[in-house]
Every structure is written in structure tokens, then in C-alpha cells.
Design a protein around this ligand. Structure first.
Ligand code: IVH
Length: 671
């Protein structure tokens, strides 16, 4: 057990990569303590119970603490009794009787980061060190100097020495953003990068970087809560006073502390913070109670490793281990497939968790997680529970690596992944029940089929009530059916039916955009419509043929191709045509010679004498030209009217051809 504890502690403190959750470490530690208490002859000096663990990482310089950095006693009883026991111990040690008034305490948060000693000389930050084994820590001045919250100079302090103790930590939002960035780096093929299990490890790793530049990439925060060596500074008589003094000299202290009376005050604080825990911007693993009066603290003194005047009371762990029973696939509203861990229910972060996200197939591979493994689950704050790793044990049976299904578990359409991307998606966007609502809303949108009155509230009701399954069903809606819906009078029902009918006469570009294929925005839809002229030709186009369209690259071509290859989507399109959707078709340019202005870029500026800007744009686009908003070296022509401003100046500067309205019309007329 000693060796196990030492190994886990090394992984945690030295390598910043924990192998078991804290709560399990604590349980193991307490078991060892109990065994040693029952068999004192078995206690050895190198037992983890006999010394503060945390060694010095190779490469960082050791720093001897003038005043040792002690640890703090943890009250394992997380109920009200925990606070009562502490208060009773304090009162007894101070020789107080029931007749005496309640002891005053400073109740604080227990931040889940790493303890740091900041040494200020003459008010200037001269050194920052980790706790290490309590006697000797590591010099991390170079990385701590990069933390914005740590002042390089204290306000109005000239003391020869003022050592500040506090916690370096990472906010949850900063942690999520960091891991998201790490995931992108890893997916992009970056070597030697990893995601972090939790904010504390990310913070500890950042502080203990040898190269400060690596630390800068990880946003860290700091709260002060105590003192080390002090020479030439008047220490306030209470802990509460100290925390207030920190603010005054420019050191950040958490405002979430409170001076409370006796055990009852501690219990109230514990309950109040438990309710707030999820909404805090950073992780806490408990609260800390300190006797407020420094004179009483001195009277109480120390046990071997910890002060008698302070105790930590923990909250339920935010990380636990449990069994991974299965990996399910969830299809999101936009068609993204997310692997979800089905867990043996486990109480973590204050709730019972039986599902946790695994992000994507690459994350699963990287974490080496397989069904049947014991995994570490993290649930902190409002963040979705997540599987952060596995406990490395030998698997009894062979378990295959997880694979993404080839067919969508909701609608059986083909599952695709973009080249270079990490997400798998269902390609049955129009058909898939998981994506129905978004597909209908998009289709009805102003830039698509523009169906007035078909907003999200109505779509929710239509889909949830089974009135609309796929897009063609929209065109089968009648006045009577609509009137049955909530908050739908006969007037609005009639209006919606009219809106639906009116949308049938449309353009190919609007229709294509409305289908909502991935990467087909309004402008790509226009390009496709113009190029192919009719839907059949577009649907039959190969990836190579799609690549011939101006501005269509491989990702768009693949996506369009996959979309039209999916039989479910073709069915929906056929249904829409049967419902009467129609548009003007044209020859297109697919086989014809390219348009005279294709590949040419225009910028319109100022007011033209007769042409409205929209008209000029349409005329240019009908000949294959493109109209963009700003002038660059790539611009071919700038069309300038009255009161043309900076764009005209820029064009002159870059030597770009400038046209007036007459010049534009002549160009458009040219054969
Ligand atoms: S006071 C002598 N106050 O908890 C008392 N510690 O085991 C020294 N911690 O490593 C600690 N929040 O990193 C104190 N408000 C707080 C704290 C706090 C977090 C950490 C600290 C230390 C550990 C105690």
C-alpha cells in the first residue's frame, strides 16, 4: 500500500497526470493510516503517512521554505458532524466551556489548484516556489511571473520580506477552451500535445514548465490566503483582516470568505457553498475553516503535519471511477455523431451520472478507452460529464477498439467524415429524425423557401405532434390540421397555408440552399444553380464535375456529392417536386463555354446614375462575375459612382481599372 500510494502520488505531484481520482487516493491513504494505528510496529519513516509527499521535478531548482508549507487536516465526515467535531476539538484545546461564547472562524473556499509561495522583498516579487514536500519546493518564478493576477510589485509595501501563500488555478472556461485547442492541435497532427484531465493538472503542469513560454499558453489565475516569512510588515490580528489587507496591497483574494460564529456558522457556510459550487467559475474541492484570531491560532499550534487551528471539509468528488458498460452514439440536431459512454451509475460532482461524453472517435483512441474498462469520470459545474481517462489494468478478455458505425443509428443514412476532420456526421440531413427540426426551419428560412409564419414554435409542435416528418409533409398541411395547434387561430393558420403555397414557386438557388447540405451556403447554392442550371444535372454530377464550379473546392464538392448520393435525401427531393415545387431551369454552363466574366471580381462603390446597386450586381453575376465588398490586389474592376470614397482611393493606389456606369454597361454588352 505504501508503494501504491507513493506511485500514485508521484503521478499526481511530479508528472501532473493522476492515475486515480483524489477520493480514491484519500480512501487508500486512510486505510493505511488505520492499519498503522492498529499496528504501530509496522510504521516506517518513509511511509506516506509520515511525510508530506511531492518531490522536486528534474530541471527545476529546489527552494527551501523559510517557514514550512504545511498541509491541512481533512475532515472526512462531510456532514454537519464534520464541522461540529472540528469546533469541539478547538474548544477543548483552548480550554473553553459551554459558558464561553462561540469561537469565531474564517470560512473560505478550498481552491483546487496548486499551492504557491510568493516572496516579495521591498515590495517586489523576487521568487515563486511550489510547496514540494513542504520543506523544499521548486523554483517556478519564471512561469508564475507570466500570471497576470500575480502582482510583480505590491502596493505601498516596503517590507524587507513578505511571503504570500495562495493557490494558482485555472478557471473552468479557460480549461475547456484550452482542451478544445489541444484537441484541435492533436487532430491537426501536432506531436507531443495532450489534453488535460482537469483544471488542476493543467494549472500544475503549466506552472512547472521549464520553459515559461509554454506556461503563457495556459491562462492561470491566483488567490492569496495565507503568509510565509514576514519581516517588516504588520500582520492583521485576524485571518479575515488578512484577506482584506491582501486586496489593499494589490493581491487578489477570493471575495467568497466569511467570518462565522461557532459550529453552526461553519455548517451554514458549508451548505451555502455546496449550493453555489456548480455555478462557481473554478473548481473547489471543499471549504476551509480557520480560527479567525491569530493569537488563538498561535495558542493552538501544530500537530506533526498540520495546524490545529484549520481544517478542510470536502465536497463530493468531481472525479470518480466507474465501469464503462457500453458506447452509444448520439445524433445531434446538426447531424454530428457523438460517442456517449454508458456508465455504471456513479455519484460524482453531486449527482448520479450514467452518461458521459467521449467527444469523438479520436478521443476514444487517444484515451485508450474500451468497453468493460474502469474509467475516470469528471463532472464539474455545468459542464457535461466527461470520461477523462481509464485506470490502467489488464483486460481479462479481448475487447475490440471502438468504431463509428457506417449507418446513422437514427435513420440508417450513410455516415461520413470530412477529410482531415474529426467529426462523423449523418448524411441524411433531410430525412433523419434527429435533424428534422433544424432542417425544416432552415428550409423555411427567409433566404431559402421563405415560408412566412413557419417559426421554431410551430415547427416544434408540428414535429412533436407527428404532423411533419420530412419536408414534403409541410406541403400537405391544411388549414384544419393547423388549427388544432396551440396558439394557432384560423387567421394565422390561413396565413401559414398561403405562405406554404406561395413558396412553391421558387428559384433553383433558393431550393438548393434550403436543402441545407453541409457547406452549401447561399453563395455556393447560387454558384451551383448557375453552373448546372437544372437539378437533375447537379444531382448526377461527379465530384470532379462539381470541382469545375467556380469557388467549389474539394470539401464542398465531397459534401454536395455525398448529400445527393444519399437515397433518403433523393426521396425527400422527389417528394418536394411532387408537392409542386418548381423553378425556372436553364442550360447552365456545365457543358457550355465559360461565361465571359467568370473568374472576374468587381467592387461597387458610390451611387450609379441609373442602376441600383442590386441590379448592377445581378447583371455582373449573370455573366459569371463576382461582386465583393472590399478592394484588394485581386480585384479586376472597381465600378465607381457619385460620392465614391475610400474604395475608389484604394483602387487608384493599387492601380486597378475603374469603370463608371457607362463603362460597366459597355463591358457587359461586349460579346
Ligand atoms: S490554508 C496551514 N486555505 O489546500 C494551512 N489552503 O492541504 C495552509 N488550499 O495545499 C493552507 N484553498 O493548496 C488554505 N483557502 C485555502 C485553501 C488552501 C486551497 C489548498 C492548499 C494546500 C491544501 C491544504
Amino acid at each position: 500500500m505504501r508503494q501504491q500510494l507513493l506511485d500514485h502520488a508521484r503521478s499526481y505531484y511530479v508528472l501532473d497526470t493522476p492515475t486515480i481520482p483524489d477520493a480514491e487516493y484519500d480512501a487508500l491513504y486512510q486505510e493505511l493510516q488505520a492499519i498503522e494505528a492498529a499496528h504501530p510496529e509496522l510504521v516506517t519513516p518513509d511511509s506516506p503517512t509520515q511525510r508530506v509527499i511531492g518531490a522536486v521535478l528534474d530541471g527545476l531548482q529546489p527552494v527551501r521554505h523559510v517557514v514550512p508549507m504545511l498541509s491541512i487536516d481533512t475532515e472526512t465526515d462531510t456532514t454537519a458532524a464534520g464541522a461540529e467535531k472540528f469546533d469541539a476539538r478547538v474548544r477543548k484545546a483552548l480550554g473553553l466551556t459551554e459558558a464561553d461564547p462561540p469561537v469565531e472562524y474564517a470560512a473560505e473556499l478550498k481552491f483546487d489548484g496548486l499551492a504557491i509561495n510568493l516572496r516579495y522583498e521591498g515590495g517586489d516579487l523576487v521568487q515563486a516556489a511550489t510547496r514540494g514536500d513542504g520543506e523544499t519546493g521548486e523554483d517556478v518564478t519564471h512561469t508564475v511571473r507570466t500570471i497576470a493576477a500575480v502582482p510583480k510589485r505590491l502596493k505601498g509595501v516596503k517590507a524587507r520580506v513578505l511571503e504570500i501563500r495562495g493557490e494558482v488555478f485555472m478557471r473552468r472556461d479557460d480549461f475547456e477552451a484550452l482542451n478544445e485547442r489541444q484537441r484541435k492541435l492533436i487532430e491537426g497532427g501536432a506531436k507531443g500535445e495532450k489534453t488535460f484531465v482537469n483544471p488542476r493538472n493543467a494549472a500544475a503542469g503549466a506552472v512547472r514548465q521549464l520553459d515559461a513560454r509554454n506556461a503563457v499558453k495556459r491562462p492561470l489565475s491566483f488567490f492569496a490566503y495565507g503568509l510565509g516569512e514576514v519581516d517588516g510588515w504588520t500582520v492583521p490580528p485576524t485571518q479575515t483582516g488578512l484577506l482584506e489587507a491582501f486586496d489593499a496591497i494589490g493581491l487578489p483574494a477570493s471575495p467568497m470568505h466569511q467570518r462565522v460564529q461557532g459550529a453552526a456558522g461553519l455548517i451554514d457556510f458549508h451548505i451555502a457553498i455546496a449550493a453555489l459550487r456548480d455555478s462557481l467559475p473554478y473548481d473547489i474541492d471543499g471549504v476551509v475553516y480557520k480560527v479567525d484570531d491569530r493569537a488563538l491560532q498561535e495558542k493552538l499550534g501544530f500537530k506533526s503535519r498540520e495546524p490545529r487551528w484549520a481544517v478542510a471539509q470536502k465536497y463530493p468528488a468531481q472525479e470518480k471511477t466507474t465501469l464503462l458498460n457500453a458506447i452509444d452514439i448520439q445524433v445531434g440536431r446538426t447531424g454530428k455523431l457523438t460517442p456517449v459512454a454508458k456508465l455504471e451509475p456513479v455519484f460524482v460532482g453531486g449527482t448520479t451520472v450514467s452518461n458521459a461524453t467521449l467527444h469523438n472517435v479520436f478521443e476514444i483512441r487517444r484515451k485508450g478507452v474500451r468497453v468493460g474498462d474502469t474509467v475516470i469520470v469528471r463532472r464539474a459545474g455545468d459542464v457535461i460529464p466527461e470520461v477523462v481517462g481509464r485506470i490502467a489494468t489488464r483486460r481479462k478478455n479481448y475487447v475490440p477498439n471502438f468504431r463509428m458505425p457506417h449507418a446513422c443509428p437514427v435513420c440508417a443514412s450513410r455516415v461520413v467524415r470530412e477529410k482531415g476532420g474529426v467529426d462523423h456526421r449523418c448524411s441524411g440531413g433531410l430525412f433523419c429524425a434527429a435533424q428534422r427540426k433544424i432542417a425544416i426551419l432552415h428550409f423555411a428560412g427567409r433566404r431559402a423557401l421563405d415560408i412566412e409564419g413557419l417559426g421554431d414554435k410551430i415547427v416544434d409542435q408540428l414535429v412533436d405532434g407527428g404532423l411533419v416528418e420530412t419536408l414534403p409533409d409541410v406541403y400537405a398541411l391544411t388549414q384544419e390540421r393547423l388549427e388544432g395547434l396551440e396558439r394557432m387561430g384560423d387567421k394565422s393558420a390561413a396565413k401559414l397555408v398561403a405562405g406554404i403555397a406561395a413558396s412553391k414557386a421558387t428559384t433553383l438557388a433558393r431550393f438548393l440552399y434550403g436543402l441545407g447540405a453541409r457547406h452549401v451556403g447561399e453563395s455556393t447554392a447560387k454558384d451551383l444553380a448557375r453552373h448546372f442550371g437544372n437539378l437533375e444535372r447537379l444531382m448526377a454530377a461527379s465530384v470532379e464535375q462539381l470541382l469545375e464550379v467556380a469557388d467549389v473546392g474539394p470539401i464542398v464538392a465531397e459534401s454536395v456529392h455525398a448529400f445527393f448520393q444519399e437515397p433518403h435525401n433523393r426521396e425527400v427531393i422527389a417528394g418536394l417536386r411532387r408537392a409542386g415545387l418548381a423553378w425556372e431551369e436553364s442550360e447552365g454552363q456545365a457543358s457550355a463555354a465559360p461565361l465571359p466574366l467568370s473568374g472576374k471580381t468587381f467592387v461597387l462603390t458610390g451611387t450609379l446614375p441609373t442602376l441600383a446597386r442590386e441590379d448592377a450586381k445581378e447583371m455582373i453575376e449573370s455573366l459569371g462575375g463576382k461582386v465583393v465588398g472590399s478592394v484588394s490586389k485581386k480585384t479586376d474592376w472597381v465600378v465607381a459612382g457619385a460620392e465614391a470614397g475610400s474604395k475608389l482611393a484604394k483602387a487608384t493606389e493599387l492601380g486597378i481599372a475603374i469603370l463608371d456606369e457607362a463603362g460597366l454597361l459597355a463591358l457587359l454588352d461586349a460579346p
